[in-house]
Design a protein around this ligand. Sequence first.
Ligand code: PMV
Length: 324
Amino acid sequence: MSPSIRVSAPGKLMLLGEHAVVYGHPCIVTAVGQRLTATLTETEAPFLELTAPEVTIEGYRKPLADLGRGEIPKGAGFVELAVRNFRRRHPFSHGVKIETASEFSAQFGFGSSSASTVCVMKGLSELIGLNLPAREIFDLAYETVLDVQKKGSGFDVAAATFGGTLLFEKGGKVIEQLSVQSLPLIIGYTGIKADTVSLIDAVKRKAEKYPAIVEQIYGSIGQLIPDARSALERGDWRSLGELMDVNQGYLEVLGVSSAKLAMMIHAAREAGALGAKLSGAGKGDCMIAIAGTQQANVVKNAIAKAGGEVIDISVQVEGVRLET
Ligand code: PMV
């Protein structure tokens, strides 16, 4: 039988610091308990074979020597360039068949592309017996994400690789595991898919037009992070909630909130949440709220009444791992 390896990586949720993190400020991200799984099997012919139903790729096949060249179907890019980049650093000549499966919808914005990229790096590393350290998995996967989408801080790659709740700076300049005991987070999905790259571009245009103003906002977002970190580590949900509310205010100023997000966020606050904000690039995907156990159900109902879908999911879960 051909050698086969199964690996899985978690999705992510940005807690605080989105957008500013692209310009060198810190953010805080947590890994969420729905995972993307990849099975990698060694094959004889020197081809990449890919089946990835979550991005509607079925039986895609390409010679290893041609990876990254010619036409690449939307959805196959991250895996194809991940295999190419891995082979550049750690050459191998046999083929590889990759099958992915996701517990979460690619619509939620939980980062299925970065989770699949990290899975490919970890899977190949195990398949050829290299056992690369997590830092190299991160570096290879971040390089790949930049090759495909040209921008991004890499916070999603870090969450998929290291798991837990992380203090993070662009490119992995800082990746620090925070010691957080519990995190009473409520997650509401807007039903709208956010386009991360075009939102980064929209904020950049605003920064080009009003550099002093936008720089100041980025700096102010960055300044929330040390206090948020300490609130998270102390379990001081009231302070964390206040800081999330302030962060939401700055994101409104950057122009990345939306009527739907604002409705869900205000509904959560009015129902007793200690704080609420959008999570990620904005304009869609998910909002998050922090609430004590007594308020949790009322807050969830309020989010649903405002048109959101509450997603019950654990947070700060383990990063990429081998599955048996
Ligand atoms: O849309 P998401 O969930 O991938 O979040 C994007 C967060 C940004 O800070 C806007 C971009 C980034 O790569 O950090």
